[in-house]
Design a protein around this ligand. Structure first.
Ligand SMILES: [Fe+2]
Ligand SMILES: [Fe+2]
Length: 248
C-alpha cells in the first residue's frame, strides 16, 4: 500500500514561516510521499518561494509539487521553481517523475493546468484571439499532461494539478466562476491515461471528493477544504492489470 500525502494552497508568507513545517513533523511515519497542488505562495514573489522551499526542505519523504496561479503572479514562476528544486522539491509542469515507495514505482505527472469550464458550460477557442489563447493554453497543457501521464513507467499513476479536472470538487464555489477553476480537458487527459488518483487544489471553498467521467478518483486538497496539514490517501495495486483501490 502506498500512502500518498497531499495538500494544496499553502499560500505562505513571512508570518507563517516555520509553522507549516512544524505541522509536517512525523510525516515520514504516516506517508510515503507528499504532493503539493500549487499556490505555495500568496503573491508569487521569490521571497515567498524561499519561505515555501524552507517549509518543504528535507521533511523525510519525497516532495512533488506543481505551481498555482498565485505562484505566477509576480512573473517569476521559473525562479520560484528553481528555488524549490534547490531545496530538493520536484516541480512538475507538463512533466512527470517516478519515485520508488516500498518496491512500488509511483508515477506522478502534472502541472498547473488552467481553466475553461466543464462540458456543456465551457469556453471554446472561437472568435477573438484572446479567447483562442485562453482555451488554447488549456488544450496545449492537456495534451502535454496526457503525454506525460502515458509515458510514466510506473505501477501506480497519479495526476497532480492546481486547477480541477472535474466540477464535483468545486461544489461550494459559485457556479459562475467554475470556468476559472478548472477544465474538463484535464479529465479527458486523465481518463485516457490509466490514472489511479487525481489531486488538485485552487478551489478553497470546494469539496474534497469527486470522480472523473471515466471513474478516476479526484481529490481537492486545498488546505481550507481538507482542514488539516495534509490528507493521506492509500493506493493499493491489487493485481497486475487491476485498478488500484483507494483507502483513506
Ligand atoms: Fe489558492
Ligand atoms: Fe489558485
Amino acid at each position: 500500500m502506498i500512502r500518498v500525502a497531499a495538500v494544496g494552497d499553502l499560500h505562505v508568507g513571512p508570518d507563517i514561516r516555520g509553522h507549516y513545517r512544524e505541522r509536517l513533523t512525523g510525516i515520514a511515519d504516516r506517508a510515503d510521499l507528499l504532493l503539493v497542488a500549487g499556490d505555495l505562495t500568496r503573491h508569487g514573489t521569490i521571497a515567498e518561494g524561499h519561505i515555501a522551499a524552507e517549509e518543504l526542505r528535507g521533511i523525510g519523504v519525497p516532495v512533488i509539487t506543481v505551481l498555482g496561479n498565485h505562484d505566477y503572479h509576480s512573473d517569476v514562476e521559473l525562479e520560484i521553481a528553481q528555488v524549490l528544486s534547490a531545496a530538493g522539491v520536484t516541480v512538475l509542469e507538463g512533466t512527470g517523475t517516478v519515485v520508488q515507495c516500498n518496491g512500488t514505482r509511483v508515477g506522478v505527472a502534472g502541472g498547473k493546468g488552467f481553466g475553461g469550464g466543464f462540458a456543456g458550460r465551457s469556453a471554446s477557442d472561437f472568435g477573438e484571439p484572446e479567447m483562442k489563447a485562453f482555451v488554447g493554453y488549456t488544450k496545449t497543457f492537456a495534451a502535454r499532461l496526457r503525454a506525460s501521464l502515458m509515458s510514466l513507467d510506473a505501477d501506480v499513476r497519479i495526476c497532480l494539478t492546481h486547477y480541477s479536472p472535474v466540477k464535483d470538487t468545486l461544489a461550494g464555489e459559485p457556479p459562475e466562476i467554475y470556468p476559472f477553476l478548472g477544465s474538463y480537458l484535464l479529465a479527458e487527459a486523465i481518463d485516457q491515461s490509466d490514472v489511479d488518483l487525481a489531486v488538485h487544489g485552487h478551489a478553497h471553498k470546494g469539496t474534497e471528493k469527486g470522480v472523473t467521467p471515466g471513474g478516476v478518483r479526484v481529490r481537492n486538497v486545498a488546505l481550507p477544504v481538507i482542514q488539516q496539514a495534509y490528507a493521506v490517501y492509500g493506493l493499493v495495486r491489487e493485481e497486475a492489470g487491476e485498478p488500484a483501490a483507494e483507502r483513506r
